[in-house]
Ligand binder design. Sequence first.
Ligand SMILES: [Zn+2]
Ligand SMILES: [Zn+2]
Length: 421
Amino acid sequence: MNSVYVLSPQRAPLMPCRPVVARLLLKQGKAKVRRRTPFTIQLLAPPEQGYTQPLTHGVDTGSSVIGSTVADTMGKVFYLSEVQVRNDIAETMKERATKRRNRRARKTRYRSARWLNRRNSIKQGRFSPTMRSKIDAHLREIRFVQSLLPITSMVLETGTFDPHALKHPEVLHKKWLYQKGVNYGYANTKAYVLTRDGYTCQHCAGKSKDKRLEVHHLVFRSQNGSDEEANLLTLCKTCHDGLHAGTVTLKHTGKHKGDLRHATQMNSIRVQLLQRVEAEETWGFVTKEHRLLAGLPKEHMFDAVMIATRGKTPAFETTIVIKKRCIPDGDYQQTKGVRSEQRIPTGKLAGFRKFDTVRYKGQEYCIKGRMATGYAILMDIGGNKVDLKPIPKFSKMKRVSARSSWMMRQTTMPSSSSSLI
Ligand SMILES: [Zn+2]
Ligand SMILES: [Zn+2]
């Protein structure tokens, strides 16, 4: 089961159709192919009856992976995607600065050093290049979805816990996210405690290498210990089991903080997105409870499904997952050689550019490297080199799509979860 996306003659998105219908429309000459990944057709004449349904775009925001899905009010899912955002920007910029400093220190004709005169660094409301790239990746995905489907509302998951509801847990019961049998108040506090403790075991500070974190009641529940955050502590499973078995005694040596970089970035992304798009807000603890109720595996995509269906058990109308990976728009290094005498070709070589998507022997790859002798090194969407023997020739491959801000690949839903359909 798959969905084919349909556009009007003016390229406005319409409700998706089944592949059978799309094939018929194409055969009768009533539509043309607009896009191959994901498969999208454009009608040549306006449709007789414009039937649309309210569609919700659910976004699981993230500082490394964005989950994005579209569902209707019945819980039917029409679109599934995961976007990997760039996390290499700080590193590449540092590399550039080092090279530049090097050139200036050498006696070259390169312009001399400048000091603290960058307009950018004193600008108000400035974002670091990393943050700008991450915010843009979210907005790009939102625009992409809106160009394929007639979205009527959007729900963003912007953090793991709701800070307001910590003090006022009663607000959680008034919301649309209410589901029977879930104690949202405790789930929220638990998510908060994990964040407060920096996702680090407060006993061994991660020395046990146990990644499974649990929340322990200092005064046990059986002794009427409360569910408030002051009574809760993050422990890894190893330490927690040991504590209850009596082999470990809790030592209070102050709080161990984990890496808070991603949490800080996420907070910034959250504020910026809510300023730029009109959306409802939801939290990770709600999504997690709903995902567990629906029995879906722990993946960004499935979190996004539960966000888009607003907690309804999903019915998958499509099993195609669109994986995207954000890549740089250009190449920084332009030359090589001690005196930069050798230009690196960044344009086309035999009609191919780096990061172009090509079809080779029935499979889709991206170009990792090109050789003037007429060969290419190919990679998968993860950026890993694919070892092909003999080395692929340009003449044997066909360009499917040109380089853009992301590489896109169509995959099907993991088989472990297909039993749910
Ligand atoms: Zn531990
Ligand atoms: Zn415990």
